[in-house]
Design a protein around this ligand. Structure first.
Ligand SMILES: NC(=O)c1ccc[n+]([C@@H]2O[C@H](COP(=O)([O-])OP(=O)(O)OC[C@H]3O[C@@H](n4cnc5c(N)ncnc54)[C@H](OP(=O)(O)O)[C@@H]3O)[C@@H](O)[C@H]2O)c1
Length: 434
């Protein structure tokens, strides 16, 4: 048997403690599978006194993760602290400068600095592995980087945030409001006290930035992502979607278009019969359309200690077995510069919900604004008028044929100034899925 692999493990929280426990519990099995023992030789966290469910007596303790990366007697560095900058970035850079392989679950670090870190790794003859950074336990990275390496990918998309999917699923199944579902998600520990990162779509955007780079062989470009969260989705939209044969999901999409790469995170109406629409609750899913394989969908736990540790462990075993592919699938020098397709050029169908005053001329104005912008309607339904604040306003739901984002925005801006609408128009993009 080969010599042991000594790990430096920085971060012993939800994921880190699970990784240490798994390595302790499965040591014989892991050694048998990779042909060498795997041992946690050094650890770092903030509180040295905490019991974390594994025997740390034989492990060197480091208050400072950078010192562990720089001086620890280790063969690989595992970063499970989180955050894109400060000591975390410093520690990862220090490990790479020593030529150590780095395993991380840190989507923020990769989304912000992935290309620079991939270059630093390559310069020092090593790589970064990050299976757990996207969709937790789902083997999305290996699938993109290895299983699909001979395919031309045209679209990568999915449900990448469990909190949002939990909220939308409960709104639909139980007819509850967004606020009530968010509160439940917080009580159950699915959502943070400040939920902006999740419900604003930013968490999904970090993951999408990484997937897009792997899908299209381009540099990571987090800033190019159009991001819209789920907080404006109402029960009226959920019900209308259901009547129209759709379900609403927070979708993350990376798409190759004639003008560049479109990256977007937003609530989308997807066909209720599609495989992705069946992904409920906190479950995540990653789907890929490619030339040889057609469409595939991977679904499973996107978070949680054991599921995420499973993905981290698979990277550690690759390191132990000497299988360390290029960080972003191809050497960083061959990554294409990111070419951004403008969101205004996005093409698709749209759902629009208006609250229209019950007055002469209102419908004509809607029809004119749509026609002026070359938008044709697949359907338009006026629901019964409801008295609001003493004024009659009728909900009107429209579904458009394929058009552009620019046309829709111009039409809705014009409608908002015509004086026939009681509230801001609601607009939800429709995603064409099998
Ligand atoms: N949790 C999930 O389900 C999940 C899923 C996918 C990916 N991830 C990613 O995995 C990473 C870790 O997440 P987590 O949920 O395990 O986080 P966590 O439970 O908050 O654990 C963070 C760990 O980092 C340690 N730490 C914080 N600041 C430190 C510092 N300055 N020096 C040394 N140690 C420090 C903490 O020490 P103390 O314990 O002493 O406070 C703790 O052990 C993140 O990048 C996250 O995005 C998590």
């Amino acid at each position: 048997m080969k010599s042991e692999l000594r790990l430096g493990l920085a971060g012993l929280g939800t994921v880190g403690a699970n990784v240490a426990q798994l390595i302790e519990r499965k040591s014989e099995l892991l050694a048998e599978r990779v042909g060498r023992p795997i041992r946690v030789a050094g650890v770092s966290a903030r509180d040295r006194t905490k019991n974390r469910g594994f025997d740390a007596s034989g492990m060197a303790w480091f208050d400072d993760p950078v010192a562990l990366a720089r001086e620890g007697e280790i063969d690989a560095f595992v970063e499970l602290i989180g955050g894109s900058d400060g000591i975390v970035r410093e520690a990862v850079e220090a490990a790479l400068r020593r030529g150590l392989p780095v395993v991380t679950a840190n989507k923020a670090l990769l989304a912000h600095h992935g290309v620079a870190l991939a270059r630093l790794a390559a310069e020092n003859g090593t790589e970064i592995l990050f299976e757990a950074a996207v969709a937790g336990g789902i083997p999305a990275i290996k699938t993109m980087r290895e299983a699909l390496s001979g395919n031309d990918v045209s679209r990568v998309y999915g449900i990448l945030n469990g909190t949002c999917n939990y909220i939308l699923t409960r709104m639909e199944k139980e007819g509850l409001s967004f606020d009530a579902c968010l509160k439940d998600a917080q009580d159950l520990g699915y959502a943070e006290a400040d939920p902006t990162f999740d419900i604003g779509g930013y968490d999904a955007a970090h993951k999408l930035a990484i997937l897009t780079s792997l899908a299209f062989g381009c540099e990571i470009s987090l800033d190019s992502i159009f991001v819209e969260g789920i907080s404006k989705i109402s029960i009226d939209d959920i019900n209308a979607a259901s009547e129209l044969g759709y379900r609403i999901k927070l979708l993350a999409v990376g798409l190759k278009t004639d003008t560049g790469i479109e990256q977007r995170v937003h609530p989308a109406m997807i066909p209720a019969r599609s495989a992705l629409a069946q992904v409920d609750g906190v479950t995540n899913a990653v789907a890929v359309d490619s030339d040889l394989l057609g469409s595939i969908l991977l679904a499973g736990p996107g978070a949680g200690g054991p599921a995420t540790a499973s993905a981290v462990l698979s990277d550690i075993m690759d390191v132990a077995g000497g299988f360390v592919p290029p960080t972003l699938g191809i050497p960083p020098a061959r990554l294409q510069p990111y070419q951004r397709a403008r969101m205004r050029a996005h093409e698709g169908g749209y759902y629009i919900r208006l609250s229209v005053y019950d007055r002469v001329g209102a419908f004509a104005s809607i029809a004119n604004r749509m026609a002026e912008n070359g938008i044709s309607l697949e359907s338009i339904v006026q629901r019964k008028a409801a008295a609001k604040n003493g004024e009659e306003a009728a909900p009107v739901v429209m579904v458009t044929h394929e058009t552009t984002e620019a046309a829709i925005r111009k039409a809705l801006d014009a409608l908002s100034t015509d004086g026939h609408l009681k509230d801001e128009p609601q607009m939800i993009r429709i995603e064409d899925l099998d």
